[in-house]
Design a protein around this ligand. Structure first.
Ligand code: 0X9
Ligand code: ZN
Length: 314
């Protein structure tokens, strides 16, 4: 007990720890949970997820986490949420957990994640070599086939941190993710892509500033519900919200734009967690639980607003 190889939320966990914990959870809750496989990474690792479903006919929420390797707070938060959904006795959390079907992928960029633990803490991209350069990996959040490479929203330089890859879905992790989501999209009402850092809720579009998404007003109202709920918590953490292109920068080929544009998932955000830059990606582990609590109550408020606006009908 209390040794560094034990899974928990007092420190960041390795991929092996997360997978061993997932196995325990799946064995302990065999009726409510179901493991799923998204696919295989470039280095041959299995990308795993967990579905949590208390009853049939619930609206679906997909959580994609750790697509960027160094954003460790995202998988720590995703696993904490899984644990809450299964063990919390708070009535609000019970209602949240039991009235949605959750599809959660704690670590999508498995190769990159292992690399950040073993070699380079600041690694962001995948680990697939380039055919034209000695630089390794593409930015997986620029590799979806929605407006790929448009408007300088990704780099064509294999050495850049936002390299879009040689073609859309060149990265096996993203091809697998796209096929997995496409196969269940009729059951997915909400897509949330977990990132860090900056404390932002980013809606489509990321690829253009010239146009707003058709349900922009609703997307802003839903994001405001999340931000207001988080700010009302004792931590008082402030989240800003807007379109990704409007309040951050133009980025094309990202998960939430692809889900919105190509899979018709009408509620789709990138969420940038703590902090605003003091620690940045190297967020101390004392932030894990507070950040995850904010995500929990933010998501609860977001889904309440989605329901009110009619987005959770199935
Ligand atoms: O650049 C990114 O991929 C995200 N920021 S991060 O610092 N985590 O790398 C922002 C993605 C913005 N979302 C869209 N363009 N839709
Ligand atoms: Zn990111």
């Amino acid at each position: 007990r209390g040794t560094s190889d034990e899974f928990g939320w007092k420190r960041y966990n390795s991929l092996a720890q997360i997978e061993a914990w997932l196995d325990e959870i799946l064995a302990r809750y065999p009726v409510i949970t179901e493991g799923f496989i998204v696919g295989q990474s470039y280095e041959g690792r299995t990308i795993r997820g967990i579905k949590i479903s208390y009853k049939s006919g619930n609206p679906g929420v997909f959580i994609e986490s750790n697509i960027h390797a160094r954003e460790w707070i995202t998988s720590a938060t995703a696993t904490w949420l899984i644990n809450q959904f299964l063990t919390s006795e708070d009535p609000l959390v019970r209602t949240l957990a039991e009235s949605h079907d959750w599809y959660i992928v704690p670590v999508l960029n498995v190769d990159g994640f292992v690399y950040t633990h073993e070699k380079d803490r600041m690694w962001r991209k995948t680990r697939q070599p380039s055919a034209t350069s000695s630089c390794i990996g593409a930015d997986p959040n620029r590799n979806y086939d929605s407006h790929w490479m448009e408007n300088n929203g990704a780099s064509s330089n294999p050495c850049a941190e936002n390299y879009g890859g040689p073609q859309p879905f060149s990265e096996p992790e993203i091809k697998a993710m796209s096929e997995f989501v496409a196969g269940i999209k009729d059951k997915v009402n909400v897509m949330l892509a977990f990132h860090s850092y900056s404390q932002l809720l980013l809606s489509p579009y990321g690829h253009t500033e010239e146009e707003l998404p058709p349900n922009y007003d609703d997307l802003m109202e839903v994001a405001k519900a999340y931000a207001d709920a988080v700010e009302a918590m004792p931590y008082g953490t402030v989240y800003r919200y807007g379109t990704a292109s409007g309040i951050l920068y133009i980025a094309s080929g990202a998960t939430n734009d692809w889900a919105y544009n190509e899979q018709d998932i009408q509620i789709s955000y990138t969420i940038e967690f703590r902090d605003t830059g003091h620690y940045g990606f190297i967020l101390p582990p004392v932030h894990i639980v507070p950040n995850a609590e904010e995500a929990l109550f933010g998501i609860a408020a977001l889904l309440d607003k989605c329901k009110e606006l009619g987005y959770l009908a199935i």
